[in-house]
Design a protein around this ligand. Structure first.
Ligand code: MEV
Length: 427
């Protein structure tokens, strides 16, 4: 167990300890600087507990095997470059200019959220063009903030190019911004030798120790704050640790040995406002407390029952366990409808999958957005394909993926799939 989410200012990172290598002592990070780093981090879905979690109940969040990939290329061109092919962003800053910036306002970075005045200073450093979108601004600000805050421990800021490419659709509630912050934090901490490169010679993938992950998560939380203002911290925690997490009132703990479930993740592409949906549940709770409070209590019990079943499955999974998981999904989906966060597109999603004998629920805020369908291990390939086709015919995007994916990882180039390598190199 570990705690990831903190109230603002509480338990956020200390200034990271300096690495023990000569690199930090001399200010010249030596060999590390010639090495390309390839980092990835997963997105997340909420299995159970969305909305109820806002009212102090348990939520179960799991890492999704759709990942964000980062390539860090150190060089000596005196520039720092950021390429975000998904967002069409390609920017570079002169090291000389960044080096001259007075970054003392970042002294306490990592401990508290930046004040609006400090964010203004960062915006000046970014030098945004007039036609910059909000998306671009936030992605660039989080990048510069993490780069300057983490790398200012070096005598000379490292000259490097960063490319980040994601399999996750942005703005779909799948934790794409958290995965971005986690990748950036891990890459900068590694290049500055605040944490070691966990990739051993000849291995495909390396993972950091719990202590190093704690540091990555703390910085990633700061990046998330830059993008989202006041995030709960669950997204960056799932992306850092991977697997499955239980979240309640800011306390996060890992579930031991969650089952490797296969799911369909479906994006209805119906836009929704999380804020409005959360407010809607709150007003329904105020209007009908006797009716709505028991729904929230019941959702809490569903999360606990799911956690209990996962525990049993770790020992010996049986077909009956999957049937229980399906029943829990159905009950929760009905509760979420009763809370008023359903949508015609989500009803259609549930009906289409039910016609193929599969059970689905919304995930995240509802009102459109994404849903998940459990794929039992006994399913035949043609059934899965037919369901995916039927969902695609509704105009939905559909991914077949697993949950409980590993958290932030370092990769050897040869271990990455060709499309990922292409997306990261083709710039
Ligand atoms: C959104 O992904 C999940 C909600 O429970 C909102 C929140 O927890 O902040 C609907």
């Amino acid at each position: 167990p570990h705690s990831g989410a903190r109230a603002p200012g509480d338990g956020a990172p200390e200034r990271p300890r300096l690495g023990s290598g000569g690199a930090v002592a001399t200010g010249f990070p030596g060999a590390m600087l010639s090495e390309v780093l390839l980092v990835s981090a997963p997105g997340k879905v909420i299995l159970h507990g969305e909305h109820a979690v806002v009212h102090g109940k348990v939520a179960l969040a799991v890492a999704l095997n759709l990942r964000t990939f980062l390539r860090l290329q150190p060089h000596s061109y005196g520039k720092v470059g950021l390429n975000l092919p998904n967002l069409g962003i390609k920017r570079a800053w002169d090291m000389a200019r960044l080096q001259l910036l007075d970054t003392s306002f970042l002294e306490r970075a990592g401990n508290t959220a930046l004040t609006p005045e400090q964010v203004e200073k960062l915006k000046e450093a970014a030098g945004f063009p007039e036609d910059c979108t909000d998306h671009e601004r936030l992605a660039v600000l989080a990048f510069l903030y993490l780069y300057l805050s983490i790398c200012r421990s070096q005598r000379a800021l490292p000259s490097l190019d960063i490319t980040v490419w994601s399999e996750l659709p942005p703005g779909a509630g799948l934790g794409s911004s958290a995965a971005y912050s986690v990748c950036l934090a891990a890459a900068f901490l590694t290049v500055c030798e605040e944490i070691p490169n966990p990739l051993k010679d000849g291995e495909a993938t390396g993972r950091w120790t719990a202590e190093n992950l704690e540091l990555i998560n703390k910085w990633a939380f700061q990046g998330e704050r830059m993008i989202h203002g006041n995030p709960s911290g669950v997204d960056n925690a799932v992306s850092t640790w991977g697997g499955a997490l239980r979240y309640q009132q800011g306390k996060i703990s890992s579930l031991k040995r969650p089952p490797a479930l296969q799911i369909l993740l479906i994006n209805t592409k119906v836009p929704r406002s999380t804020k409005a949906l959360v407010a809607g549940v709150r007003s329904r709770l105020l209007k009908f407390p006797e009716i709505v409070a028991p729904l929230l209590t019941s959702i809490d019990a569903i999360s606990l029952e799911c956690e209990r079943v996962f525990g049993e499955m770790a020992a010996a999974p049986t077909p009956e366990h999957y049937l229980v998981l399906e029943e829990l999904i159905d009950m929760n989906q009905h509760h979420l409808n009763a809370l008023g966060v359903g949508h015609a597109s989500l009803d259609q999603l549930c009906q289409v999958t039910m016609a193929h004998g599969l059970h689905s629920k919304l995930t995240g805020a509802g009102g459109g957005g994404c849903g998940i369908t459990l794929l039992r291990p006994d399913l035949e390939r043609p059934e899965v394909e037919a369901t995916k086709q039927a969902l695609t015919n509704c105009g939905f995007d559909c991914w077949e993926t697993s949950i409980g994916a590993p958290g932030v990882s370092m990769h050897a180039a040869a271990s990455l799939d060709a499309p990922v390598r292409q997306a990261l190199d083709g710039l």
